[in-house]
Design a protein around this ligand. Structure first.
Ligand code: GDP
Ligand code: ZN
Length: 314
């Protein structure tokens, strides 16, 4: 049997669009019931998966095998089955498009996202978009945030999809990579994609348009080929990830600026909440660690464990 290799670009749950190495797109189905060992998910195959397909007489493909994933990003399933939904796999970098306002992106949201991407071993770049709208005061606030996030080890960029500022730089960084592209609806994801690749005509403000046509708005991710060999996974309608595979005692690992000084805490099992001799609490007092970052840490730590930290069932 002849097996062709390809990458999953789109999935509707029962059909998958696979791009073959020769560039052809083939509609494919899964052969039988297909489960990956130890991974209980609502979608056994996700966008970004590398698969082997058998092309049948009618030209459609049958997915025969899935090659090991280097990583993946998941979110909670929309149903209550406790299963996870894989958003994308084999990702080189995660982009979080953030805006100071229009819409407001909270640092809490950024911090949760950064924890999730680190937990899944995917580097994060925070892209602050709509800088054309910022006045001097906004710019000051932004550079304050940027210095804090850069200090924590995350790359930050400023862009404007309207005047093109920073778009070339973003494109260069993303070239030859598989990129998971996220952010609040309205933050300018579609506009940035269009700005990076003018050939591309992704609907701006697409959500309301889909509504007016009475279409069911999709929450499935989709991969697009952009200039510079960028393979971009768009995540429309996916509001958050928030499901991680570690114990909450390990949370500080994913706040790099806290983790790097935690060896100076008096107790080696310090979780930096109210222990005496805690170097992290001291650093927050001295403003070496941003208070809002520490507050994000506290808030995540105190979350209902079921909701945020889950080590079973997927
Ligand atoms: P998405 O929901 O994240 O895909 O956001 P869209 O790309 O649809 O953009 C939402 C709105 O913000 C649209 O009205 C865009 O024209 C506008 N927008 C996007 N990027 C920018 C930007 O850099 N500057 C300004 N001023 N507006 C932007
Ligand atoms: Zn401590």
């Amino acid at each position: 049997m002849n097996i062709d290799k390809g990458i999953v670009y789109r999935s509707t749950g029962s059909w998958y669009v696979v791009k073959l190495e020769n560039g052809d797109f083939i509609e494919s189905r899964i052969k039988g019931k297909f489960r990956i060992k130890n991974l209980k998910t609502t979608n056994p195959i996700a966008v970004g998966d590398k698969v082997g397909i058998h092309i049948q007489a009618d030209g459609k493909g049958l997915i025969e095998e899935i090659f090991p994933r280097t990583n993946y990003m998941i979110r909670k399933s929309v149903n209550l089955s406790k299963e996870a939904h894989i958003i994308g796999s084999n990702i080189h970098v995660c982009i979080l498009v953030a805006t100071l306002n229009n819409p407001y992106t909270s640092t809490g949201f950024i911090d949760r996202f950064s924890v999730t991407s680190q937990a899944y071993d995917i580097p994060l770049i925070i892209v602050f978009n709509k800088v054309d709208l910022y006045d001097d005061k906004d710019k000051k606030v932004l550079s304050h945030y940027i210095s804090i996030y850069e200090n924590a080890g995350f790359q930050c960029l400023m862009t404007s999809a309207v005047n093109g500022e920073g778009v070339g730089g973003l494109k260069k960084i993303l070239s030859n990579k598989v990129v998971l592209f996220s952010g609040h609806s309205g933050s300018g994801k579609s506009s940035l994609i269009n700005a990076m690749d003018p050939k591309f005509e992704l609907k701006v403000g697409g959500l309301s348009e889909a509504h007016s046509k009475g279409k069911h708005t999709t929450t499935f991710a989709e991969m697009f080929d952009l200039d510079e060999n960028i393979q971009l996974i768009d995540t429309p309608g996916i509001k958050g990830f928030g499901l991680v595979d570690f114990k909450k005692e390990e949370l500080a690992k994913f706040f790099p600026e806290m983790f790097s000084i935690s060896d100076q805490c008096r107790f080696n099992n310090c979780v930096h909440l109210n222990e005496p001799g805690c170097a992290v609490i001291e650093a927050v007092k001295n403003e070496q660690i941003a208070k809002f970052r520490y507050e994000s840490y506290q808030s995540m730590y105190n979350d209902d464990q079921e909701e945020t930290f889950r080590t079973v069932n997927y």
